[in-house]
Every structure is written in structure tokens, then in C-alpha cells.
Design a protein around this ligand. Structure first.
Ligand code: PEP
Ligand code: MG
Length: 584
């Protein structure tokens, strides 16, 4: 038995058999296959080599005569590499002799070549490793496009298994969880990465950022994943299993106790009314939101409908999904597509050029304004769904008012189009914006003037303000919702909302962490949107808080330049109680 430590996400404990997926440097799954599948894997390799070669030939023919000579030479070199018989022979040999799938064998051959290149004296020749990688990547791309030899064997029964992987994309997670795994563990990832957020909505414990998980955990080993402590216990002994069973029972008891709060009002001790809303990712999440006592949906992350599929969802399909949510919960805030960065439709495997800083790239509203056809179809679906309940439309990642102006003009067009088709919709759908880019948070008053409501996305706001990639666990330690800059920005947005009489909610992970509930109440926040599982606990904190008593703590925390003192002050705020004060 041994312990491994990472960062816990979701809550609870899962015990099960580890299903380990190995990943290589170039991202392919290292998977062995049965003897009966070797011929199929070799055929897949051959067909991928053929289509890569054909693609390159086609591009080569299309090179204009006036293009710089290097381009044609570069393509010729790549064509030679793909057609080099040794590439085929060496990779097929690995498949045949070591029984790896085509992707894995290709990666292993690439690694053998890389070793040769690394030992070359000549710097120019050494640099050619980059070309080899590009070619290999193109072949991988073809393997995935045509017929993915998925990293999970579809014949395996994964019920109750715990997935252990180097990294997972949100698209992978949705896919894998359909296979009813009970938890997951990853080498990479941070608690506010989208894949971690999804663990919450899938009601499963997970541990991310556990370096070496794939190396240290053997496929088939019994492991326990403890999301509350962020630890993974490999081959737990009988005594440990018994202790874990007690904790699981305790966890279940607490959940039942908290669920008893489902129908009570989220009122503070001094009578302040709050709204507790759910963040949902998939239409199926509404049931969980209802069970948790959500008063509506504050954030519907619609991009998940776009993942793991060959074609984009049609307007009709989106409409049906939205209607399902709208009919189940009153007041639903549908966020328009927030694809890009770590949320790629296919987990990023089939994309072409990869932006160097995808979080700063063509993402969310920027992508929608670039792909107007897709954006219009989604807006039509949102407006059509508004005939079935109270719908609000929310735009992610706004950074300037010009973007908002463009969005409003697309919305006007869509409304005119629906009018001309005599389609019924609610013409008063409120349009809100996510405030998650520092530029928008600083100028929140301007956004508040133009929009019907604002919602603070602290996950991205913290990422962009503190310059920490939210998916990079190496800089995870810098994630600090208590940083003075964050507190000032959050306060600025809340104040801007009250100045213009507009509602302000907070839908980042900060809203679901009970540590920050009183602080946010003190800053003036009244609308919290979170993972449904967190609602009962946040309600409990709200019902035990007296907003009137938070004032002096808040100004001290806001003025405090020392990070560890801010933490102590927050602890004091959280342990403050009317009873304690009357004893003092
Ligand atoms: C956020 O950025 O805080 C947010 C809620 O949006 P997402 O996590 O989907 O980027
Ligand atoms: Mg965001």
C-alpha cells in the first residue's frame, strides 16, 4: 500500500480498479492489442500513411509558382519521409512483435528516431527532428480521423473502474463518463480546469495534478481516490479500507443532512435574500440541479453539446436540449458557445494549427463572431427555447464594448428573421455578459450600462489577472481568489451592477467554495451559481451568516497587503458567530 498526493476535485471517496491509459510525448495512447487485432492495426497504419502522403501531394501540387522555393522543398522532404519504406516497416514490426496499436507503435518508432537525432553532432541535422515530428503528427491525425483505435478498449467493462490518465480533455471526460467510471486521476490538470469542473457535475471524485500517477499506478490495481484530501491510495490494506468505508458512510450521511435543506430559503441571519443557481454542462444535469434545490440555472455551458461528434449540432438539436433544461428549471441562463482554449470539440486532437496561447486566442465570443453561421443557429435555438420558460442569454469572454455591439446586431438580425418566419419567442430575453477578462472587470460600469445583467467568471478572471494558465498545474500554487487584485475587481463589478441597477452573479468555482461565501456576501454578492452538489453546503453557510457583521472584516481583508494575513482574516470572518460575540 502507498499514498500519492495531488489536488482533489469533486467530493467523496471512490474505491475501484485502476484503468490506466499511457500517453506518449506526442499524445497518442500507448495501448496493447490482442493478437487477433494485429492485422487490423497494420492495415490502419498503411491507410493512414497513404492518406498522409496523398494529402501532402495535393498540397504540393497547389503550391503557386511564385511561392518561395523552400515551401516546395519542405513538402518534398515530408513526402519522402512518409513514403520511406523504413517508416512503414519499423512501425509495422512494433505492432507485430510488441502488440501495440498503430498509434502507440508510431509513437515508439518516433521515440527511437528522436534518440538518433538527439545524438547527432551536426546542429542542422539535429534540427530535422522537428520535421519528423510534424510528419508523425500528420499520420497520427489520419489515424484518428479515420478510425480511432480509442485509448479504451470498447470491449472492456468499465463500470465502477477508476480512470488513470496522463491528462484528459473535457471532451474525453464526457465520453469516458458515459462508460460509468466511478472516478478519475490525472497526472496533469488543476482544480479550475474545465475537466475538473466537469468532475463536479458528473458527481464523481477525482484527483488531478498527481504527477507520476500513470507511472506509479498499475493497470488493474485496486485504488482509492479521496477527493476531499486529494490523495490516492494504491492497494489499500484491510484496515485502510475499513477506515475509508467509515468516511464514505459519514460523507453519505452529511450529504443526506445537507439535502434536507433543499426546500429552505437561502436567507441570511439578518434577512438578506440570496439566489442559489446551478451551473450545468449537459441537459442531463438538470435532474441533479433540481435535487440540490437550485432556484434556476445561472450558467448553462452549452459547448459540451458540441463535443465528441463529427458534425456540429443542428439548430433543432440545440433547441431540444435547451427546451429540456428550460422546462425543468425556472430561469435558465444559457451561455453562448465558449469553445476554444482547453475546450475543443474533439479534445484538440484533430485540429490543425495550435495557437501558442490558446486561452488568449480565438475563443468564446471571438470565435462566435468569426463563425456567424454557427452563432446565428445557436441564437435562434436560444430564442426559440425562450417560448417555453424564462431564458436569459449570456455572452462569454467579452473584452470590449465593440464586441458587444456586434453581438447585439446579430441578435437583432436573428429576432427579425424569427419574426418574418412567425416563430414564437420571448422578445424580452435578457442579455447578460460574463465578466471574466480583467479589461471588462475594470470597465464593468460601461458593461453594466449596456447589458441586462453581469456574471463574474472568476475562473478565467483569476487566470487572466494573475497570468496563470488554469490548466497548468505547475502554476497552480499561484491560484489565489483572495489576491487583492481579484477582490478589488470582484467588488468593482458588484458595485457597477448596483450603480446601474443590474443583477450581478458569480458563476466561477469561487461561488461553490464555502470558504468564500461570507466574503462574497460582504462584498455585496447575492446571486451565486455553482456546481449543483455545492448548493446545500453554501446554503447552510448563508443561513448561518449575518451580512451586517461582515463589514469590518471585509475592509480589513481588502486593505491587507499580506497574503497569509488575508487568509487568517478570512478564517476569522468564517468563524465569527453571533453566539461567540455575545460570549466575548
Ligand atoms: C469562469 O471563467 O469562471 C466560468 C464560469 O466559465 P468557464 O469556467 O466555463 O470558463
Ligand atoms: Mg470562463
Amino acid at each position: 500500500m502507498f499514498y500519492l498526493q495531488g489536488a482533489g476535485v469533486g467530493s467523496g471517496i471512490a474505491i475501484g480498479t485502476a484503468y490506466v491509459i499511457q500517453q506518449s510525448v506526442v499524445g497518442a495512447a500507448m495501448r496493447r492489442v490482442g493478437k487477433d487485432q494485429l492485422a487490423r492495426e497494420i492495415a490502419r497504419l498503411e491507410s493512414a500513411l497513404k492518406s498522409t502522403s496523398a494529402n501532402l501531394e495535393k498540397v504540393r501540387q497547389e503550391v503557386p509558382d511564385n511561392a518561395p522555393k523552400e515551401i516546395a522543398a519542405f513538402l518534398d522532404a515530408h513526402i519522402l519521409m512518409v513514403n520511406d519504406p523504413t517508416l512503414h516497416e519499423a512501425t509495422a514490426k512494433i505492432i507485430q512483435e510488441d502488440q501495440f496499436c498503430a498509434e502507440s507503435a508510431l509513437t515508439m518508432h518516433r521515440n527511437q528516431l528522436a534518440e538518433v537525432f538527439e545524438n547527432m553532432e551536426d546542429e542542422y541535422l539535429r534540427s530535422k527532428q522537428g520535421d519528423v515530428d510534424q510528419v508523425i503528427q500528420q499520420i497520427h491525425h489520419q489515424l484518428l480521423i479515420h478510425e480511432s483505435s480509442d485509448s479504451i478498449d470498447s470491449n472492456d467493462n468499465l463500470d465502477g473502474c477508476i480512470l488513470v490518465a496522463h491528462d484528459l480533455t473535457p471532451a474525453d471526460t464526457v465520453q469516458f463518463m458515459k462508460m460509468k467510471m466511478s472516478a478519475f486521476v490525472t497526472n496533469l490538470g488543476s482544480p479550475i480546469s474545465h475537466v475538473a469542473i466537469l468532475a463536479g457535475s458528473l458527481k464523481m471524485p477525482a484527483v488531478v495534478g498527481l504527477h507520476g500517477a500513470v507511472r506509479h499506478i498499475a493497470h488493474g490495481a485496486t485504488i482509492a481516490v479521496d477527493a476531499d484530501t486529494g490523495s490516492v491510495i494504491v492497494n489499500p490494506d484491510a484496515a485502510t479500507l475499513a477506515k475509508l468505508a467509515v468516511r464514505r458512510e459519514e460523507h453519505a450521511r452529511l450529504q443526506t443532512e445537507l439535502l434536507a435543506l433543499r426546500d429552505v430559503e437561502p436567507l441570511t441571519l439578518d434577512g438578506e435574500q440570496t439566489s442559489l443557481l446551478a451551473n450545468v454542462e449537459l441537459p442531463e444535469d438538470v435532474e441533479y440541479a433540481q435535487q440540490s434545490g437550485a432556484m434556476g440555472v445561472g450558467l448553462y455551458r452549452t459547448e459540451y453539446l458540441y463535443m465528441n461528434r463529427v458534425h456540429l449540432p443542428t439548430e433543432e438539436e440545440q433547441f431540444q436540449a435547451y427546451v429540456h433544461v428550460v422546462k425543468s428549471l425556472k430561469r435558465v441562463t444559457i451561455r453562448t458557445l465558449d469553445l476554444g482554449a482547453d475546450k475543443q470539440v474533439d479534445g484538440g486532437r484533430k485540429q490543425g494549427n495550435v495557437a501558442i496561447n490558446p486561452a488568449l486566442g480565438l475563443r468564446a465570443v471571438r470565435l462566435c463572431l468569426r463563425s456567424l453561421g454557427t452563432f446565428r443557429a445557436q441564437l435562434r435555438a436560444i430564442y426559440r427555447a425562450s417560448a417555453f420558460g424564462e431564458v436569459q442569454c449570456m455572452i462569454p469572454m467579452l473584452s470590449n464594448l465593440d464586441e458587444l455591439k456586434q453581438v447585439m446586431s446579430v441578435i437583432d438580425e436573428v429576432k427579425r428573421e424569427l419574426d418574418s418566419e412567425h416563430v414564437v419567442y420571448d422578445p424580452t430575453v435578457k442579455i447578460g455578459g460574463m465578466i471574466e477578462v480583467p479589461a471588462a472587470a475594470i470597465t464593468a460600469d460601461q458593461f453594466a450600462e449596456q447589458l441586462d445583467f453581469l456574471s463574474i467568471g472568476t475562473n478565467d478572471l483569476i487566470q487572466y489577472t494573475l497570468a496563470i494558465d488554469r490548466v497548468d498545474d505547475e502554476v497552480n500554487y499561484l491560484y489565489d481568489p483572495l489576491h487583492t487584485s481579484i477582490l478589488r475587481l470582484v467588488k468593482n463589478v458588484i458595485d457597477a451592477g448596483s450603480k446601474h441597477g443590474k443583477s450581478v452573479s458569480l458563476c466561477g468555482e469561487m461561488a461553490s467554495d464555502p470558504k468564500y461565501t461570507r466574503l462574497l456576501l460582504g462584498l455585496g454578492l447575492r446571486v451565486f451559481s455553482m456546481d449543483p452538489g455545492a448548493i446545500p453546503q453554501i446554503k447552510q453557510v448563508i443561513r448561518n451568516s449575518d451580512v451586517g457583521r461582515t463589514g469590518e472584516y471585509i475592509s480589513e481583508i481588502m486593505d491587507c497587503a499580506d497574503a497569509s494575513r488575508r487568509v487568517r482574516l478570512l478564517q476569522r470572518l468564517n468563524s465569527d458567530s453571533v453566539e461567540a460575540a455575545s460570549v466575548n
